[in-house]
Structure formats: C-alpha cells, structure tokens
Ligand binder design. Structure first.
Ligand code: DQA
Length: 156
C-alpha cells in the first residue's frame, strides 16, 4: 500500500485468454501486459491500480461492491457480460466515482448482439476499437475527472 488513490480496472470473461484468443481481433498482448500498461500509466498519473479479471458474473458484481466507495475511477471491460448483465449494470450504478467502458475491439462494427451495452448508460465515456491503448486513454480521462487529484498530489 502506497497510500495513493486507486483507479480500478475490471475485466470480464475470456479476457484471461488475451494473447491466445483470436489474436487477429484482440491483438497479441496478454492480460499481464495489459495490467503492466495500466500500472505504468496510473503510476505516471499518481495512482495505484486495482486490476481484476473474472470469468464469473457474481465475482464481477462483488468486485464492484468492494471498490464502489474507495476507487477514484473505474475502467470496465465487462467483455460478453457488457451485452447481457443487468446485475453488473445495477452494481455499477452504485459506484460513486466515474466509470469508463472500454472494449479492445470496435463492438459496433461486429455482430448485432454486441451493439447492446448494459454498461454504457452509466458510463462517463465509452472507448472501443483502440486495442490496449483504450485503457491508457480511459485512465487518463478518469484522472482528469478526479476533482481531488491535486489534493492527492499535495498529500500523497
Ligand atoms: C470485448 C468485446 C465483447 O463483445 C466481447 O465479448 C469480449 C471482448 C472487447 O474488448 O472488444 O470478450 O469486450
């Protein structure tokens, strides 16, 4: 624990297979690479990262409950649960900090079932189709929205 504020990053099902899973679509970076990128960007911005991934809907809901009062922002790539999970939507509504929805691929250029998002209605922004760079953008935007940021810097 560094005492720095926390940006949380939540990943949904099958993202643990990044690097092996349909690399033509999702790229060759692994989930560990993605965590390293998020940690580096957050560190540069003065935050710690709480990076989680689960293949289970209830775990994702529990994770949201854990960070809902403590994180300064949340990046969520709920993967397939984006398109189906009312439970996750209901959990995300309770998060005090801004939430940004991220997808590695441009979901709007893919199958029609991927055009629906239960996350988007509660998101401050949606980033899709930039690959891993989308996480970088999302974290920087969350930091820019954090009204306590200067206070964190003065009193780390
Ligand atoms: C995804 C897009 C989803 O439709 C899909 O189910 C995923 C990954 C993306 O990052 O592009 O698993 O969220």
């Amino acid at each position: 624990m560094t005492g720095r504020p926390i940006l949380a990053v939540l990943g949904g099902p099958n993202l643990n297979l990044l690097g092996q899973r349909e690399p033509a679509l999702y790229g060759t970076a692994t989930l560990t690479d993605l965590e390293a990128l998020c940690t580096r960007v957050a560190d540069e911005l003065g935050y710690d990262i709480d990076f989680r991934q689960s293949n289970h809907e209830g775990d994702l809901v529990d994770f949201v409950h854990e960070i809902r009062d403590t994180a300064s922002g949340l990046v969520v790539n709920a993967a397939a649960y984006t398109h189906t999970s009312i439970a996750l939507h209901d959990a995300l509504v309770t998060v005090a900090a801004p939430v940004i929805e991220v997808h590695l691929t441009n979901v709007h250029a893919r199958e029609e079932f991927r055009h629906v998002s239960y996350v988007a209605p509660i998101a401050a922004a949606v980033v899709a189709g930039f690959g891993a760079a989308g996480y970088d953008f999302a974290l920087r935007h969350l930091a820019s929205l954090d009204t306590h940021r200067e206070i964190h810097r003065v009193h780390p």
